[in-house]
Write a protein that binds this ligand. Structure first.
Ligand code: ATP
Ligand code: MG
Length: 649
C-alpha cells in the first residue's frame, strides 16, 4: 500500500511536468556553434562587452541580473532571499567585492576568503552563487562563448593575434586579455594549419557537474594531496599516441583550476592545503596564470572563492611566513546572526528540508524562537552579564522596539563587537538537539519547554564545552524562558482567554491617553455618558503605570514621552496602537490581566473542575489551536504552564 507521502496528486504532477517542459525549453533554445569567422561576424558585434568580460565582471553581471526589490524597495538578491538569513552584511560585502573587482579594482587580483564559525552559511553562500551562475549562463544576457573542445573553455578572442589587438580595441571598444592555451595552440597548428578563422567556437553553459565554469576543490588528506588534483598531470595512456610527454594533448586537463576557468573556483577549507597550493592559487588570482611542468604559462581567468573556519584561520595566523599570503586575500567574515528571528528562520528552513518523520512533529509556536534566543545569547560577547542588558540587546538585534532606545541608539547598539557572532552555538547544534528530542519522545508534539530541556541535555552531554561555559549556557536557557517565552505564552493565553482582548486593550490605551493629555494640560475630562466634567483619574493612571514600575517621580516624563509618540503617530496619519509603544503595550496587558486574574485561576484550576469550568477550558484550548498555532497537546500544556506562572507571581 502506498502511504500518504508517496501518493501522486494529478494536479501536482501536471504542474510539475509543465515546469519541466518550460525548463527544457528555456534551457535549450540558444545553443550556437560555428567557426571563429562566423563568430566575429554574427555574435561579437551584438555584444562586444558581453563577449570580452572577465570572470569577475561576469559574476557581477549575474548578481545584478538576479537583483530585485523587496516590499520596501530595498535591493534584494533573489539568489539568497529564501536561503540565507541574518547574514545580509556579509552578503553585501561579497557584492561590494565583485562590484569593485568588475570595475577593475586591485581587489580582483586578490583571493576572496570567507571566514566564519562552523555551519554559519559559508558553503551555502558559495553554492548559491554557483547555482546563480549556472542559471545565468542560460539567459541571453549571460551568453558566454568558448573555443569548442578547449579544456579551459577559453575565450575565442584569444585567437586574435597580438598585432591585431589594438585594431580590435578600436573597432569594438573592448580590450582582449589572455593567451591561447597550449592545447588550442597545438590544435591550431596541427589541425587548422594556423588558420584561426576556422577554429570552432560554441556557446558554453556553466555547469558544476559538467565541469564547465565551476571547479571545486576540497582537501582530503593533506599528506597525500597532490598538486595534480588542481593542475592535472601527464596522461600516460596518451603519451604513446602523441609520442611526447610535453605534448599538451597528452596532458590530463582534469584539475579543478581548468574546470573553473571563466567562472569560479571554490576552495573548501583552503587553509588546510599545503603552502605550495596556496602560492599557486595566489599567483593564479594575481597574474591570471598557472605554470605546469613543460608548458609555458597557461592563462586562466577565474574567480577564486575560498572558505575556512576560524580555528583553522587562527592557526594560520600564527605562522609568520603566512603574512605575505594574507596580504593577497580579501577576507570577509560570515558570522552567525544575532537576530533571533532570522535564526529561527534558519531552523524553519532546515526542518522543512528534513525527513518527513521530523517535519510532521508539531512544534508549539514559540519553540523555534525560544531556541533561537538561546543560540543568539551564546554568541554575544562575554562580559555583559546582567540579564536585563542581555535581554535588551537581543531585542534590539531583532529590531524590536525597546523602551528608552530610539532608532539611532538601536543602530549603534546593533554594531557588533569584533568577536560577536564568531563563536557560540551553531544552527546545527540546535537542530540536532531538536531531532534528539523528537526521537526520544514518541509524542507527535513538542512544546517549548520540551525543547529547552533537550537543549539543556545537549549542553550537559557535550564534552567539547567546558564546565564554566556549560553553566553559563544553561543560565541562558533560563533567561530565554523567563524573559522571552513566558511573555509570549502569557500573551497567547490572555488573548485566547479574553476574546475581545485586543479591542479592550485598544480602548484602554485610548482611555489612558485621554486621561494623560488632560492631566498634562491640567484640564478636566468630560464623561462621555453623563457629559459631566471631572478631574483626570490619577488613580487609574497610576495603576496602569505601576504594572511596569514607573515611579511617582518618573511618571511625568513617561507621560510626556507617550504623548509625544502619540502626536507623532497622529501627524503621520497613523493610529496610535499598542504596537506603537512597547512598554505601554506591556502595561495595558498587565492591567487587563490583573483584572482577570481570578477568571484565569478559575479556568485553569485543575482540582475537580466542574462541568462549566471544563467547558471554559476547552473553549480556550480550541482558540489556542485555531488562532495561535498550537495543537491540542501544546495548548493544554501552555494553559497549565501559565497557571503555574501565576501561582508564582
Ligand atoms: N545564515 C544562514 N541562513 C540560512 N541557512 C543557514 C545559515 N547558516 C547556516 N545555515 C544552514 O546550516 C547548514 C550549514 O551551513 P553551511 O554548510 O553553509 O555552513 P559553513 O559555514 O560552510 O560551515 P563549515 O565551516 O562547517 O563548512 C546549511 O544547511 C545551511 O543552509
Ligand atoms: Mg562549509
Amino acid at each position: 500500500m502506498m502511504n500518504q507521502e508517496n501518493t501522486v496528486h494529478p494536479e501536482q504532477q501536471e504542474s510539475f511536468l509543465k515546469n519541466l517542459v518550460t525548463f527544457a525549453k528555456d534551457h535549450h533554445a540558444q545553443h550556437w556553434e560555428g567557426k571563429f569567422g562566423d563568430f566575429l561576424e554574427k555574435i561579437l558585434p551584438g555584444d562586444p562587452y558581453g563577449v570580452a568580460r572577465t570572470s569577475h565582471q561576469y559574476i557581477w553581471d549575474m548578481i545584478r541580473w538576479s537583483r530585485t526589490e523587496d516590499a520596501d524597495g530595498n535591493p534584494q538578491c533573489k539568489l539568497f532571499q529564501d536561503e540565507l538569513f541574518g547574514v545580509d552584511e556579509s552578503i553585501s560585502r561579497v557584492m561590494d567585492y565583485f562590484k569593485a573587482a568588475a570595475a577593475g579594482s586591485e581587489v580582483g587580483r586578490r583571493l576572496l576568503l570567507l571566514l566564519g564559525p562552523p555551519s554559519g552559511g559559508k558553503s551555502t553562500l558559495v553554492i548559491l552563487l554557483k547555482r546563480g551562475l549556472e542559471e545565468y549562463s542560460y539567459t541571453d544576457a549571460g551568453a558566454m562563448y568558448g573555443i569548442a573542445g578547449c579544456p579551459v573553455h577559453e575565450s575565442p578572442l584569444h585567437l586574435v593575434p597580438h598585432t591585431l589587438r589594438p585594431g580590435f580595441r578600436d573597432t569594438y571598444g573592448v580590450e582582449i586579455s589572455g593567451e591561447l592555451c597550449p592545447f588550442c595552440r597545438s590544435r591550431l597548428e596541427n589541425e587548422y594549419e594556423g588558420d584561426f578563422m576556422r577554429m570552432p567556437v560554441e556557446r558554453i553553459f556553466i555547469s558544476e557537474a559538467g565541469r564547465s565554469g565551476i571547479g571545486t576543490y576540497a582537501p582530503h588528506d593533506p599528506t597525500t594531496a597532490d598538486l595534480a588534483d588542481l593542475v592535472g598531470s601527464v596522461d600516460l595512456s596518451k603519451v604513446a599516441e602523441y609520442g611526447d610527454e610535453g605534448d599538451p594533448r597528452a596532458w590530463s586537463w582534469s584539475g579543478a583550476v581548468y574546470a573553473a576557468s571563466r567562472g569560479m573556483l571554490e576552495m573548501i577549507e583552503i587553509l588546510k592545503v599545503k603552502r605550495e597550493f596556496l602560492y599557486l592559487l595566489l599567483t593564479l588570482t594575481q597574474e591570471k596564470n598557472v605554470k605546469v611542468s613543460r608548458f609555458p604559462l597557461i592563462y586562466l581567468d577565474e574567480t577564486i572563492l575560498a572558505h575556512t573556519n576560524l580555528a583553522e584561520f587562527r592557526k594560520f595566523l600564527q605562522e609568520s611566513e603566512n603574512e605575505a599570503l594574507l596580504d593577497r586575500m580579501v577576507i570577509i567574515q560570515v558570522p552567525y546572526t544575532l537576530n533571533y528571528k532570522d535564526e529561527a528562520r534558519i531552523y524553519r528552513k532546515l526542518i522543512s528540508s528534513a525527513a518527513p518523520a521530523f517535519r510532521e512533529v508539531h512544534l508549539d509556536p514559540h519553540v523555534l524562537h525560544a531556541a533561537a534566543v538561546f543560540a543568539t545569547l551564546t554568541r554575544l560577547q562575554d562580559g555583559e552579564e546582567k540579564e536585563a542588558d542581555l535581554t535588551r540587546r537581543l531585542r534590539i538585534h531583532a529590531n524590536e522596539e525597546v523602551e528608552g532606545f530610539n532608532r539611532g541608539d538601536g543602530e549603534r547598539m546593533k554594531q557588533r563587537a569584533p568577536d560577536e557572532g564568531l563563536a557560540g552555538v551553531s544552527p546545527r547544534f540546535v537542530i540536532n538537539a531538536l531531532s534528539n528530542a523528537i526521537i526520544q519522545s514518541d509524542s507527535k508534539s513538542l512544546t517549548t519547554m520540551d525543547v529547552l530541556l533537550a537543549l539543556k541535555d545537549a549542553i550537559e552531554n557535550d564534552a567539547r564545552i567546558d564546565p564554566k561555559k556549560k553553566r553559563k549556557w544553561v543560565d541562558y536557557l533560563v533567561l530565554a524562558r523567563k524573559n522571552f517565552y513566558n511573555r509570549w505564552v502569557k500573551e497567547d493565553v490572555y488573548k485566547a482567554l479574553f476574546v475581545s482582548f485586543e479591542q479592550e486593550a485598544q480602548d484602554l490605551l485610548d482611555k489612558y491617553l485621554d486621561e494623560v493629555e488632560a492631566s498634562l494640560d491640567s484640564r478636566p475630562v468630560r464623561d462621555p455618558i453623563t457629559n459631566e466634567e471631572r478631574k483626570p483619574d490619577e488613580r487609574f493612571l497610576r495603576t496602569v503605570e505601576e504594572t511596569i514600575h514607573i515611579t511617582d517621580s518618573g511618571k511625568q516624563s513617561f507621560r510626556q514621552e507617550v504623548v509625544r509618540k502619540a502626536m507623532g503617530a497622529f501627524k503621520r496619519g497613523e493610529k496610535f496602537t499598542l504596537d506603537s509603544h512597547a512598554l505601554l503595550h506591556e502595561a495595558v496587558q498587565q492591567y487587563l490581566f490583573e483584572q482577570r486574574r481570578d477568571v484565569l485561576r478559575l479556568v485553569s484550576s485543575t482540582t475537580r473542575p466542574d462541568e462549566e469550568v471544563r467547558q471554559k477550558i476547552s473553549v480556550v484550548e480550541q482558540r489556542l489551536v485555531q488562532e495561535y498555532g498550537y495543537d491540542a497537546h501544546s495548548a493544554r500544556e501552555a494553559l497549565n504552564y501559565v497557571t503555574t506562572l501565576l501561582a508564582q507571581e
